[in-house]
Design a protein around this ligand. Structure first.
Ligand code: MLT
Length: 397
């Protein structure tokens, strides 16, 4: 037998696993230190009460023979109507009409960012921004696909635009971006949509951070851009919107108008999901359905406001220190330039050892991330303030 040797082309460990290991080693060597993690984008606010109540009700339904549920409805790839209708309603408020058959419930964005590749030949060329969320790159390395990069840097505000001389088949865009926090305007996304169509390519649009957008010129869905339904798949998650990192629920939109190689990608994805997936639990789906209820939306907005305030605390600290950064305004991530010309890992060690604060080294997201560093606003306010106090004290010296 032969193993998939493409795995040997991956780095030894996933970026956040490396950061986690280094942090654990430091803590083991210095158990007395109070280490603050502003590294992986994991949420700290508990679930909204409306979500918790809905989940309790769903558990009660599962406990009675009359209302018990087994597998979800197979007509909709196991998506329950309550959740499909809630998602369609949230898109309608963005001016986007979706048919229930275009919404596929998932266990979060990360899985489908990789799973969706089942629809495409491994001969396709993938275009990724650099720096990039490592899950997109790694999933394509595993499949042996050729990856090319669009440079994101200080000069273009970490928002690269397409070069029509470059041929690509699969294009990943994450906006607001992980890791840089930069976000495209609708006009910029229209250029990407036109480029994808001219190339007969498919845009894979990761909207996991859409709920952080406040600026009205920025899109919260690729489908706000005219013509996107016949070239784009949107992948989204409740993780950052509603604190579901530990609950696991998301959705992928594959429009019925999206046809490549003469085939409906919606039909192929439904076929793939019915073979390889058995859906998300009823209790989780009913909890997620409550996210966009009037009460749920009010409550999750309070949580988002809390994280926004953390982002502001970090941004204000960097402003005072005269450190260049992007993000933090329509995004929970702050992407800063390492001070004194330090490399990303040098700054990681410097902050960990001298301020006991953990962030994510920019170089872990690609070569253009070298010399940059990511902080997350998903910590508690108390930890964020304390981390900023320590960073100020350290860097002012
Ligand atoms: C991150 O820190 O980049 C994210 O939390 C990773 C993820 O969403 O999988």
């Amino acid at each position: 037998m032969q193993i998939n040797r493409n795995f040997l082309d991956l780095k030894d460990s996933y970026l956040f696993a490396t950061v986690g290991r280094k942090t654990a080693e430091y803590k083991k060597a210095h158990p007395e230190k109070d280490v603050i993690r502003l590294s992986i984008g994991d949420v700290t606010r508990p679930l909204a009460p409306a979500v918790v109540e809905a989940m309790h009700r769903a558990v009660d339904e599962m406990s009675r023979r009359e209302t018990f549920k087994g597998y979800g409805p197979d007509q909709t790839c196991y998506g329950y109507e309550a959740l499909l209708s809630s998602i369609a309603g949230s898109y309608a408020r963005k001016g986007v009409t979706l048919d229930f058959g275009e919404i596929f419930i998932s266990d979060g964005a990360k899985s489908d960012c990789g799973n969706i590749l089942d629809l495409f030949s491994s001969e396709n060329v993938v275009l990724l921004p650099d720096p990039v969320y490592p899950a997109y790159a790694d999933a394509n390395v595993m499949a042996g696909r050729k990856i090319i990069y669009a440079d994101a840097n200080e000069a273009n505000g970490f928002l690269p635009m397409p070069n029509e001389r470059v041929k690509a088949d699969i294009i990943y865009i994450c906006s607001p971006n992980n890791p840089t926090g930069a976000a495209y305007t609708r006009e910029q996304l229209k250029v990407w949509v036109d480029y994808a169509k001219a190339q007969d390519a498919v845009l894979l649009y990761d909207a996991a951070y859409e709920y952080f957008v406040t600026d009205s010129s920025l899109a919260r869905s690729i489908y706000e851009v005219e013509g996107a339904k016949d070239c784009a798949i949107e992948i989204c998650s409740y993780s950052k919107t509603a604190g579901f990192t530990g609950v696991r629920c998301g959705y992928t939109i594959v429009p019925k108008a999206l046809v490549r190689g003469g085939e409906s990608l919606n039909r192929l994805w439904a076929r793939r999901q019915s073979t390889k997936f058995n859906g998300v639990s009823y209790v989780t789906q009913i909890g997620a359905a409550a996210v966009f209820s009037a009460e749920g939306e009010r409550q999750i907005s309070e949580n988002i406001a809390y994280y926004r305030e953390n982002a502001k605390i970090i941004g204000d600290t960097l402003d005072r220190l005269g450190i260049w950064y992007t993000g933090g305004k329509n995004s929970p991530y702050i992407w800063l330039k390492c001070p004194s010309g330090m490399s990303s890992w040098e700054f990681f060690d410097y902050l960990l050892e001298n301020a006991n604060v953990v962030g994510t080294p920019g170089s872990g997201f690609g070569k253009n991330g070298e010399g940059f560093f990511r902080l997350t606003a998903f910590g508690t306010e108390e930890n964020t303030r304390e981390a900023c106090r320590r960073i100020s004290e350290l860097l002012q010296k």
